[in-house]
Design a binder for this molecule. Structure first.
Ligand SMILES: [Zn+2]
Ligand SMILES: [Zn+2]
Length: 237
């Protein structure tokens, strides 16, 4: 599959530093997508059709609810519910006698299971992720300056690491992939060691009252370690 190169945002994320450039890129993409779905686009007929069909996952619905277009969200939700009710009516368990009731409940449940995970924002985020991870693998192979920045980075969080490896597998030749994975492993290992030292220093600083200035500098190691494990960016500020 051919993906679009996203050189500028990827370089920006590497320059920003931190535990995982893909966390930064995905958070930015998510903010843009939320703004898009709270903007004038919600009135466009083709967008309404897409929202009616797919909807949003619980987490993105709740982020949209925290946004500043309650009216637009209300319109989207109303037409989405109307479409959903039409689909559900076709499989309603009560639509028949006692015979086949268990089967109809199963079919109804299956239909609902299909609806819940679908999310327009998650779908678009997955597309963006593929482009960013492709760009990282491509630049690593193509650009010495980028390879050096990659070598000095902290690698990736555990949420984004497997996806990055999959895109590298799609993008690189088998010998390039071995070199990429080896380089990545060195980078990840260095990041784990740094986090481990910082966490030890932080927890230890409570025990024997180390220099308070140093304690403040290593305080953020807890948030950094949690990002490394989960892909959740530390709160800013
Ligand atoms: Zn990440
Ligand atoms: Zn979602």
């Amino acid at each position: 599959m051919k993906y679009q190169l996203e050189t500028i945002p990827v370089w920006d994320a590497y320059r920003a530093g931190g535990e995982c450039p893909l966390c930064i890129l995905q958070a930015k993409a998510e903010r843009e997508l939320l703004a898009f779905h709270l903007g004038s686009s919600v009135m466009a007929p083709e967008m309404r059709v897409e929202v009616n069909k797919t909807g949003f996952c619980p987490s993105h619905f709740s982020m949209l609810l925290g946004g500043d277009n309650r009216l637009g969200l209300g319109l989207m939700t109303q037409t989405h519910i109307a479409e959903l009710r039409r689909k559900l009516a076709a499989k309603r368990p009560a639509g028949g006698g006692a015979k086949g009731m268990a089967k109809r409940i199963d079919a109804f449940e299956a239909l609902l299971d299909e609806q819940v995970p679908a999310c327009l924002i998650c779908d678009r985020l997955a597309e963006r992720f593929a482009r960013y991870a492709f760009t990282i693998a491509y630049l690593w192979n193509d650009d010495q300056e980028f390879r050096a920045a990659f070598g000095e980075s902290a690698g990736f969080c555990l949420s984004h690491l497997p996806g990055q490896l999959q895109l590298a597998r799609e993008t690189l030749s088998s010998s390039q992939l071995v070199a990429f994975a080896t380089h990545l492993e060195e980078v990840q290992e260095r990041a784990w060691q740094r986090l481990d030292r910082a966490l030890l220093a932080f927890t230890g600083s409570f025990d024997y009252q180390a220099d308070p200035a140093q304690a403040a500098a290593i305080r953020e190691s807890v948030a950094n370690a949690i990002q490394k494990l989960t892909g959740v960016l530390p709160p800013s500020g």
